[in-house]
Design a protein around this ligand. Structure first.
Ligand code: SAM
Length: 248
């Protein structure tokens, strides 16, 4: 019968694609992907010529019935996004939900995700964490959204575009307070870099040159004065640290 595989792909480093991901991609009838040109490049790097079909932000509803028909006919479909795990600030949710509703098995084939990679190496507690992803683009809506999470006792994970990272961090400092944070840039790539310090310290460092590349931001959970609960050592992270690229 039909199977929907949700396949993780690299977030920058091609060696992160698992053997299992490759086997699954080799064995499906079609790969549903955001950008067919981007995914065909990955497939040809793997030596595969499996057909692709576009499934992205703008056709995720119109493509749904066609993909479901194929699954119900017994086809095996792999869903990938341009990078990382599908569904994590990427398309995937609707097709997965529909497949679950129609009793089509949905099988995750785990791969890298910027969010998980960032939180585990941040130095902040991953228990519990809250993945927020992209905040609204304008400051007013961003402020409203941040206000919702202000008292949440969980480490917060955000994605942000390089041209908005400074504005976003300034809103984080203003709304959530000057918490500790880790800013991960270009994870798994040649120019991977980490800033760990208070949000304000990270802002000052990022203001030194135009931010470039892909950013994931991890922010400490609600501060003592916001929750009334003491649960972290006071001396932790006294000053900004910069971790430049280290060869693997
Ligand atoms: N589905 C992906 C995942 O599982 O990580 C995320 C897709 S989302 C459209 C893209 C955003 O993820 C980027 O704007 C950036 O914030 C973050 N991101 C992706 N790759 C990254 C990397 N190599 N280093 C840091 N952040 C990254």
């Amino acid at each position: 019968g039909g199977v929907l595989y949700v396949v993780g792909t690299p977030i920058g480093n091609l060696s992160d694609l698992s053997d299992r991901a490759r086997e699954v991609l080799a064995g499906v009838n079609v790969v549903a992907c955001e950008d067919t040109r981007h995914t065909r490049k990955l497939l040809s790097h793997l030596g595969l010529s499996v057909p692709t079909i576009s499934y992205h932000e703008h056709n995720r509803f119109s493509r749904l019935s066609g993909l479901m028909e194929r699954l119900l006919r017994g086809e095996r479909i792999a869903m990938v996004s341009d990078a990382g795990m599908p569904g994590i600030s990427d398309p995937g949710e609707e097709l997965i939900r529909e497949a679950v509703e129609q009793d089509i098995p949905v099988i995750p084939v785990p791969g890298p995700s910027a969010a998980l990679s960032a939180v585990v190496a941040s130095g902040l507690s991953p228990q519990p964490f809250l993945f927020i992803g992209f905040l609204p683009r304008n400051s007013r809506d961003r402020t409203a959204e941040l206000t919702r999470w202000k008292e949440t006792p969980a480490t917060l994970i955000f994605y942000e575009a390089p041209h908005r990272i400074l504005a976003m961090l300034k809103d984080v400092a203003r709304v959530l307070g000057d918490r500790r944070a880790a800013v991960a840039r270009e994870l798994t790539k040649k120019h991977e870099e980490w800033l760990r310090g208070t949000v304000t310290e990270c802002i000052h460092r990022l203001e030194e040159e135009k931010p470039r590349g892909e950013f994931t931001v991890v922010v400490e959970k609600a501060l003592l004065e916001q929750t009334g609960k003491e649960d972290r050592p006071a001396s932790w992270w006294r000053a900004l640290t910069i971790q430049e690229h280290v060869d693997w």
